[in-house]
Design a protein around this ligand. Sequence first.
Ligand code: WQD
Length: 324
Amino acid sequence: MAILVTGGAGFIGSHTVRLLRALGREVIVLDSLERGHKKALLGAELIVGSINDEALVEKTCRQHNVSAIIHFAAYKSVGESMSSPGMYWNNNVAGTVHLAEGALAAGVQQMVFSSSASVYGNPRTTPIAEDAEIRPENVYAESKATMERVLSWYGETHDLRSVSLRYFNAAGASLDGVIGENWSVTTNLVPLVMKAALGVSGPVQVFGNDYPTPDGTGIRDYIHVEDLARAHVAALDYLAAGGASTTLNLGTGVGSSVIDILDRTANEAGHEVPYEIVERRVGDPAVVFADPSAAERVLGWTSKLTLDDIVQSAHAWHASQVSN
Ligand code: WQD
C-alpha cells in the first residue's frame, strides 16, 4: 500500500517524502516539476505530471495500490495570486477537483491536505483556533479555503475522508543539512534574512516597525518544516485508523517578531544582518500565531523544534547552497 504525494518535490513535500521513506513507507510522488526540484526527492519514485490529469491520477493510484494521498501540489505566492488569479483557480482549486476525481475512481478515499493559516486573514483574536472566522484576504488564501470546502463536500458525496492541515509560517531546513528550501522563488522572511546574512542580497526590507507589538514589527508563528513533516505522518495514521475528516492548525503557539528573527540570525552568523525599515506591506496582520491544542488532542502531535532550530538549520542550509 503506497502513499501518493502530490507536490512532493517542493519544500514541505520533500521533507515529508524523506520522513515517510525513513519510516519504511512506500511513496510515489506526482509532481509537474514546474516549481519543484527532483534533486530534493533523494531518489524517491517520481511521476512527472499534473494533478489535473485525472486519468494519470487514477492509473497511478491503481498501479501503486495507493491507500492515501498527501496533497501538497499548489501555487503559494500571495502576490502572484493577485496579479494572476486564474493560475490559482485552475491549478489549486480545479487541480484539487481533478485529483479527487482520479483518486475516487481508483477507490482511494483518504487525503491529507496542505492548507494554510492565511485562510484566517487578519485574525480578530490570537491565539487562533480552528473555529476562528475564515476571512481570506487574497486569492491564494481564498484558493486554500475553497480547496478545504471542496474536500469537505467530497466527504459528503463520496465518503472521502480528509485532514486539512493549516500551516502557520513554515521555515527551516533538515537538521542534517541534506535538503532545504529553494530561496529562488520565495518572498518569505526567513530565507530572505538568510540571503542578507550571507551577503547574497542587500539589506532585509522590514515591512514596518510601527505595529502594536513589543518591538513594533510583525509577529508570526514560525514552525520547523521537520515538525510539519511529522504532523503529516500522524494525519495519515489517524485516517488509516478510521479517523473522521477534520481541520487542524499546525503551529507552535509561540509568536516571534521580525526583529527576533534578525537578532537570532545575527547570533548564528556571528555578525549583524543588514536591514532597513520600510513601509508596511498592504494586508499584513500585526500578530498571527496558533492555538495548536487541537492537533495535539486529535493527532497526538506537537511541535518539538525551536526558533533557534529554524534559524540554525536555515542558515546552515543556505550557506551550503551558496558555497556549492
Ligand atoms: C512574515 C513576517 C512580514 C518579508 C505568508 C503567506 C502564508 C504562508 C506564509 C503559505 C511578516 C515580514 C516579510 C520581508 C518583512 N505561506 N516580512 N520583510 O506574510 O506571514 O505569510 O507566508 O502558506 O500563507 O501569507 O509570511 O514570510 O511573507 O512574512 O518584514 O521581506 O515578515 O511583514 O510580518 P506571511 P512572510
